[in-house]
Ligand binder design. Structure first.
Ligand code: SF4
Length: 252
């Protein structure tokens, strides 16, 4: 609990520690001129629920039919990526490594190739893991696959300690696979994200100084941030097109 600001929350600055008590500022920055096209101050201690909200806000502000949203791995959440796709916005976001199989010296899920045409997974031994049933996990429909050939297989120890290796697949996994394909096609997109959004953040943070927000409570902090964004965008536009052109455009 923050004794000086009832709206401030503990922020997950890393997955474990340390934490900062404050606010979470979400921004969408366009890649050509580095203007902030959408921003939001939230009390959420993490980013993973913000992807579709920011991608849709950025698309609406920029007005083109199609934008590509690039985010860091803190934004990787299946439901959020699906919501972006359903809203017509393609996303590029790297998947965090969560499987321990590789560390245990066992085959990782990535070692199993999915064949969409036949709806089977092919394991490292070349066996087919076929669809068995659909269950629900955290509200998501999960399809489960396995092979009947696992038992007695010579490399089974490298794969599973159970009777057979089971692979689970979210019903919308194809959306996540498309995200990975976009990233594989052009891994430099992640560098574009850093160069774009960190330019805006670095500039504003240096203006703010070490203590960042001067205000307290969400509404006031949101206003303070909006003024920072306005100042940043105005400064950028003045640098890019010049003050006379900007004044003429504002009068038009
Ligand atoms: S244990 Fe089963 S899934 Fe794993 S490599 Fe062997 S046959 Fe394939």
């Amino acid at each position: 609990m923050s004794l000086s600001d009832p709206d401030a929350r503990s922020m997950a600055t890393t997955l474990r520690m340390p934490r900062v008590v404050g606010y979470n500022v979400q921004t969408a920055v366009e890649a050509e001129n580095h203007l902030i096209v959408a921003h939001e101050v939230t009390m959420q201690g993490y980013d993973r629920d913000a992807l579709s909200m920011m991608a849709v806000a950025a698309r609406d502000a920029m007005a083109p039919d199609q934008i590509e949203a690039i985010a860091d791995k803190g934004y990787y959440k299946s439901e959020e990526i699906l919501a972006c796709e359903q809203a017509g916005t393609e996303v590029v976001v790297p998947k965090p490594q969560t499987s321990n199989a590789g560390a245990r010296g066992q085959f990782d899920k990535a070692d199993f190739a999915y064949d969409a045409e036949t709806d089977v997974y092919v394991c490292p031994a070349g066996e087919h893991l076929i669809y068995r049933f659909t269950g629900r996990q955290d509200g998501k429909a999960i399809r489960t696959y396995w092979s009947s050939e696992c038992e007695g297989f010579v490399i089974k120890d490298k794969c599973t300690n159970s009777k057979e290796r089971r692979i689970r697949r979210w019903e919308h996994k194809n959306v996540l696979e498309r995200v990975q394909q976009r990233l594989d096609k052009d891994p430099t997109q992640l560098a574009v994200r850093s160069m774009t959004v960190e330019h805006a953040y670095g500039t504003i943070k240096s203006w703010m100084g070490a203590t960042h927000f001067k205000m307290r409570k969400l509404k006031n902090v949101a206003t303070e941030m909006a003024l920072h964004v306005l100042a940043y965008n105005m400064t950028r536009v003045m640098k890019i097109i010049g003050i006379p052109t900007l004044i003429a455009a504002m009068r038009a």
